[in-house]
Design a protein around this ligand. Sequence first.
Ligand code: FAD
Length: 425
Amino acid sequence: MALKEKYDVVIIGAGPGGLAASIAAKQNGAEDVLIIERDKELGGILNQCIHNGFGLEVFQQDLPGPAYAQRFINEALSIGVDTLLDAMVLDISPQRRIFATGRDVGVVDIQARAIVLAMGCREKTRAQIRIPGSRPSGVFTAGTAQRWVNVEGYMPGKKFVILGSGDIGMIMARRLTLEGAKVEGVLEVMPFLTGLTRNYVQCLMDYDIPLHLSHTVKQIIGSNRVEAVESVQVDEKWNPVKGTELVIPCDTMLLSVGLIPENELSRKAGVQMDPITGGPFVDDHFETNVPGIFAAGNVVHVYDLVDWVSEAGKEAGKSAAKFAGKLRRLENRLVPLRAGENVRYVVPHQMDRETLTESIVRLQLRVKTPIEKPVWVEVRNRGNLITRKGELYARPGEIITLEIPIRAYDEVQLAEELTVAVVQR
Ligand SMILES: Cc1cc2nc3c(=O)[nH]c(=O)nc-3n(C[C@H](O)[C@H](O)[C@H](O)COP(=O)(O)OP(=O)(O)OC[C@H]3O[C@@H](n4cnc5c(N)ncnc54)[C@H](O)[C@@H]3O)c2cc1C
């Protein structure tokens, strides 16, 4: 493939968000669409997620990560999406010029009519959570261990302690057990699970791996290699509770303590960030504050299900194609969506009032604290209820999806701001 100097839509990142965006851009009239990916293969992080559980929403099938990704790869390639692999985007300008470098292409400078940011997220490391103790080898992020075991074919250790009840950590607890390792337990500093309940049941309970809530690591013990970790219970202010210390012998500690959206490039392009999500402020077409720059997937906020990443990618790709075709949004049509009672954040941050003339607007949100009782998830314009739905519970680890229906069009026209709240029924 000969690389062009100009493209209608350029997508940065070939994970599920970027792949879905590329297909939708093509299907919505963009002629020249390019994906730039720093890895040697398309598929993003799904290539190392060999367990099942992907595609239940999009395909109504239970697929492993690589099989899910392959369906999108096949479609993208069959409709003529161009790809530039093994090439890292280094810089983008607000005028949508892209600078990338790769072994086969040297340095390239591409002008895009529209860009979709789909760089995913990275894991927090030991440096971000400041664990005391010595610095022996044998401390890895759960995603690094996942890549070693599932892609490279190496076992990082024999006896594990996992810090954090995020999904990747729980999935790795099961994976390592299946590979013959012993996982002594998962320590979680919060008084509640931070990943999906389904992963707790299928990955920890089914394998008799204990989860210790309100527990953390007091220190890592070992000089060359991890020899043990000392765990401790914490109170509601995260202070260690004296007398609860326990030394757990192990040779490896995995961290599953959160993900950070990869937005260094977005900042360079002048994209405004939400400090709560760590991703750009977006509207319901996933457009950022910089005209023609869209964002989709984990780069916007950390999703729990990949299916929703694909849906977001689809919308971003479609909107990017429309922008490239000079169909512009009008600023005065946007209405802000505010996180209200017990809502940590809601995405999108604003919606186009006119979207409701043709489709629903899908909102996704996370709560601040768990409510283990039936709740209403509701959208209001001042005091007036616009729409709501009932849920049996609300948990910080599980994204809640709520749709604003087309019939709310008239009420939304009148709103200056919409507030989203999760309240006990
Ligand atoms: C380590 C890890 C393990 C995970 N495991 C699971 C799991 O087991 N199950 C699950 O449901 N979810 C898992 N997730 C969540 C998963 O990331 C999402 O469900 C989904 O893959 C997000 O899709 P995405 O397209 O937004 O990002 P990704 O799949 O992460 O794709 C982003 C792509 O952008 C590329 N990229 C980034 N910066 C640049 C640049 N400057 N230039 C060029 N390319 C760039 C990356 O190489 C990557 O291929 C995991 C996440 C991580 C970080």
